[in-house]
Design a binder for this molecule. Sequence first.
Ligand SMILES: Nc1ncnc2c1ncn2[C@@H]1O[C@H](COP(=O)(O)OP(=O)(O)OP(=O)(O)O)[C@@H](O)[C@H]1O
Length: 132
Amino acid sequence: MDSKNNRQITKNKNFAQALGHAWDGFYLIFFRERNFRIHLVGMALVIVAGLLLRVDRRSWLWLLLACFLVLSAEIVNTLVEYLVDLVVGPHFDPTAKKIKDIAAGGVLFTAGTAVLIGVIVLLPCLLAKLSF
Ligand SMILES: Nc1ncnc2c1ncn2[C@@H]1O[C@H](COP(=O)(O)OP(=O)(O)OP(=O)(O)O)[C@@H](O)[C@H]1O
């Protein structure tokens, strides 16, 4: 499965080869991207809160959607960082700065929206639990 050491630039020959490259990408995101792991910890906390507060099915959909939106935004942000580094290299470039900062701002915006969704969904459940 590991395709890190080959220098293939042609199309994948079969599904197994494509899966191997997808696994490399998965590994890079999960084990090399600190911010992605931080978001995963946040997602784990949301899941624990949802289980403890016994939220209903519709609330789970909102919470999971919010979490996966943040993870997706972080993946796009990582892609943008790699693309900018590929094009610009190790040089300061004002446009590269704008592009990277906008991508990071997009993650912040999505994370803020996710927190809002979390509060809207979890706060009433928490208050209801505390009042008993
Ligand atoms: N080539 C460049 N030219 C100008 N500014 C840059 C360049 N590369 C990075 N920067 C600035 O440095 C910041 C951090 O860079 P970069 O996003 O590569 O690091 P990071 O630690 O991986 O970021 P993140 O925490 O968002 O994952 C960027 O948001 C941008 O402001």
